[in-house]
Write a protein that binds this ligand. Sequence first.
Ligand code: GRF
Length: 205
Amino acid sequence: MSEARKARLGVLLSGRGSNFIAIADAISNGSLTGCEIAVVLSNIADAPGLSAAQQRGLATEVHVSKGVPRAEHDAKMIAALNSHEIDLVILAGYMRVLSPEFIRAFPNRILNIHPSLLPSFPGLHAQQQALDYGAKVAGCTVHFVDEAVDHGVIILQRVVPVEDTDDEAVLSARILEQEHQAYPEAIARVLSGKYATRERRFLKR
Ligand code: GRF
């Protein structure tokens, strides 16, 4: 009997790739099932996450974005994802805003993780924003990507305390630990088929 087809993930990253590694580890240790990483794409040639992917024997592609118009660059990324027959696009520290064309190419099939409890503190330096605001809790959000930045339907959130002695690095590390658990779990929920989106709510069917 043939095994059920695995969902094919396309990971996009620009930096260290610790979320990508957490997802890859969850797949290899069997805690995230029913999917495989089909390709890791980066817009930055020397992104450490890319070497981590190569070391794991995964397919990688670089499409440098610097100096390339957004529509042109996104067209290359879309073509690469399609050529690998991707089911789900996983943004893991991909430091580019996606064009509407990109988002429409994969409707409700792009996930992102953001290091704040959205809708608080979208955008860059979310952890520092939480500290500056005086928030007493912080956390991370895995969400579907829509055409507004850090705005799509929330799949899952994890909360951490903000301690009086925290600086950006300490708070970021506490949140990152939760990110590494939240992202594989969110992917599992999306792939399970047991959840559906109603209005803005991602709920058990
Ligand atoms: C994470 O904090 C994630 O929430 C944000 O970018 C960072 C990426 O880190 N979107 P890494 O490259 O996965 O280590």
